[in-house]
Design a protein around this ligand. Sequence first.
Ligand code: ZN
Length: 270
Amino acid sequence: VRLTRRGRLLVTLTTVTVLVLLALAVTALLSGRSHPTAARAADRSAVGGSSGRTPSSRSPATAGGSAAPSTPSSPAAPQYSISDPTSIWVVVNKLRPLQPKTYVPADLASVGDGQVMRAPAAGALLSMFAAAESDGLSIHADSGYRSYTYQVSVHDRAAATLGAVAADGASALPGYSEHQTGWAVDVGGDGCDIAVCFGSTPAGRWVAANAWRFGFLVRYPAGEEAITGYEYEPWHIRYVGTELSTRMHDAGVLTLEQEFGLPPAPNYPS
Ligand SMILES: [Zn+2]
């Protein structure tokens, strides 16, 4: 009888031990599972937090770009024309004038301060200004679309004060200005307008860091004069749409010439 009791006790103890071990194992399993769940939740909130700054995704097709008809078989062929002046990817530099040189965009819209740009670029710029403002910075448009005839007068004035050669370095020849596409704008803030000082202001640093999120490039970066043909202009930004600006930002490509494999354009053809 004693042995049987001891035997029962042993069985009971063993059962309790097994149950406790099982409970511990289940608890460990559940707590182990909860960590990756928490991590995923954190990732989601991080994504949600950063997406607050990004403007609503804008299709380049609806952004006024026209499809490139050339060489669809080549994988490197740009999705949109780099020659058609209506295209968001048009490349204008000292070797690539607008065609025709007297081109006038059709859909100009206000960006404030009496300036206009093509409608998709204007919408993106105003979104960028609003985002900067929510970061406590004030940025405004100094000069948007400029017509062929306006550029004639700008260049004539520059030539009169600087001489013809220096004028070519300081202001574009009529028909060669990115401003004439309606996709480019000079911005200013923190008391610095259309001058190199803008690049070292909080507003200028914000533009350099964030313009790509809204589809813009700082078109004439420091150190790329031999490729772009222009001195560093931290105030001159060019709309290309978020698809291209994001790709170039992620790849660290600074100029449209390099992005599209175009020759450097340091000077006008002689
Ligand atoms: Zn400019």
